[in-house]
Design a protein around this ligand. Structure first.
Ligand code: CTP
Length: 393
């Protein structure tokens, strides 16, 4: 999954965010080479990017540093899987849209063989300027990915659209550029995290699910071209960028209702949430107080089974369940798949999976059982998506 990313930096105060971006891309395991316009070097020193990327930084069109033949603009993009310009100034965007190549960044863009993405950063008036609108439309027509700028307070003191997306968002969305579009045009609804069943206004019954597997799956489905919605309980991890919808539903009942409100038109339902089997029947609207040593009595009532209810719809989407087991994993998982009447179930050992960054999964479907070695959750999610794509019409 490790890629070679060429990161172009044009002149703009948002260049400071690119330092964090290099760090995050390196953390994802990628090799990052930074190329800067001369204006960019006035905002952040090339030495900063050299230290963060671990690679020499190029800032001159005909630098010999990239391979000895003095053709950095050719050599750099031939090695790269993707070329991202972040921040991309209005000037750089205009030049690329018009095919002008008069510095290292624009030469790299013109001579590239790899996909190009840009993260514009500019003043709100510049962003909405008709010439810039035309340039952005041209870039998109030419197949260049434009990461839409965010709205907010700007360095110039004005407020509006034009802020470069945060580094975390760019690092999250970038892998979409090289991921095969196995789920193009599909709609996927995912549940994730732990449900929370209230005992009183401050206490409740929950579990140790962190939500990481659902987030990894949401990213993997989005990267594969799907339109992804996420209904989530308690999460101990950040939500992915680029979702069609994200709704928090804390209790199993609330999650059941949110899922059924959204399920029409979905092609796939992936039930990753660790849903409480029971809710508190006698939950209190007021905080429970100690009562002279008498122990509170918590009465339980059964929750609806969200996955089974979706699978039982007259025209169900392709349903994938998760079975978190602590013993007899495969045996329990096989029985669960049949009981819930779903085509695919992913079995994992709670001690290996829950709250961890890695997972060891077995995918069980009509075609048999495939056990994967212990991997990171993103790799496990990619394997599930590949298997899912084979089975969709
Ligand atoms: N699930 C659900 N609604 C519930 C319980 C579980 O949608 N009320 C889903 C989970 O999201 C998961 C699958 O069903 O995809 C299996 O969940 P799990 O907790 O492993 O199994 P249970 O159905 O609760 O069965 P058991 O308690 O016997 O293990």
């Amino acid at each position: 999954m490790s890629k070679h990313i060429l990161l172009g930096i044009s002149g703009g105060i948002a260049a400071y965010k690119s330092c964090e971006l290099v760090r995050l891309l390196k953390k994802q395991g990628h090799d990052v080479t930074v190329a800067m316009s001369r204006a960019a070097t006035e905002f952040v020193s090339p030495l900063t990017f050299q230290a963060l990327s671990g690679n020499p930084v190029l800032s001159d069109t005909h630098s010999g540093e990239s391979g000895g033949n003095g053709m950095a603009h050719i050599n750099l993009t031939r090695r790269a899987n993707v070329f991202l310009i972040a921040p991309a100034s209005a000037n750089t965007l205009a030049k690329i849209a018009g095919g002008i190549a008069d510095n290292l960044l624009t030469n790299l863009a013109a001579a590239r063989k790899c996909p190009l993405a840009v993260a514009p950063a500019m003043n709100v008036e510049m962003w909405f300027n008709p010439a810039n609108r035309r340039n952005i439309a041209l870039l998109q027509t030419d197949g260049i990915t434009v990461f839409q700028p965010a709205s907010g307070e700007q360095a110039c003191g004005e407020t509006g659209v034009g802020r470069m997306p945060e580094a975390a968002e760019l690092a999250d969305l970038l892998p979409d550029l090289w991921t095969p579009k196995q789920l193009q045009g599909k709609k996927v609804l995912i549940t994730g995290g732990a449900t929370f069943e209230a005992i009183d206004p401050v206490r409740g019954i929950t579990n140790i699910s962190s939500g990481q597997m659902s987030v990894a799956l949401a990213r993997a489905c989005r990267a594969a071209g799907a339109e992804v919605s996420l209904v989530y309980g308690q999460m101990q991890t950040a939500l992915p960028a680029g979702l069609a919808a994200a709704e928090q539903a804390l209790s199993a009942q609330a999650m059941y209702e949110a899922v059924h409100r959204r399920i029409a038109g979905q092609d796939v339902f992936i039930s990753v949430a660790a849903v409480a089997d029971y809710k508190v029947k006698n939950s209190s609207v007021h905080k429970l107080k100690k009562a002279n040593g008498a122990l509170p009595v918590i009465e339980l009532a059964e929750n609806p089974d969200i996955l089974a209810s979706v699978a039982a719809l007259p025209q169900p989407p392709f349903c994938i369940g998760f079975a978190a087991e602590s013993h007899n994993i495969i045996e329990h998982a096989r029985a669960k798949r049949l009981r819930k009447n779903i085509p695919m179930l992913v079995a994992n050992d709670v001690s290996v999976a829950m709250g961890k960054t890695t997972n060891q999964i077995t995918i069980i479907d009509a075609g048999g059982e495939t056990s994967l070695p212990e991997t990171g959750k993103p790799e496990a999610a990619a394997a599930i998506v590949a298997r899912l794509a084979e089975q969709l019409p």
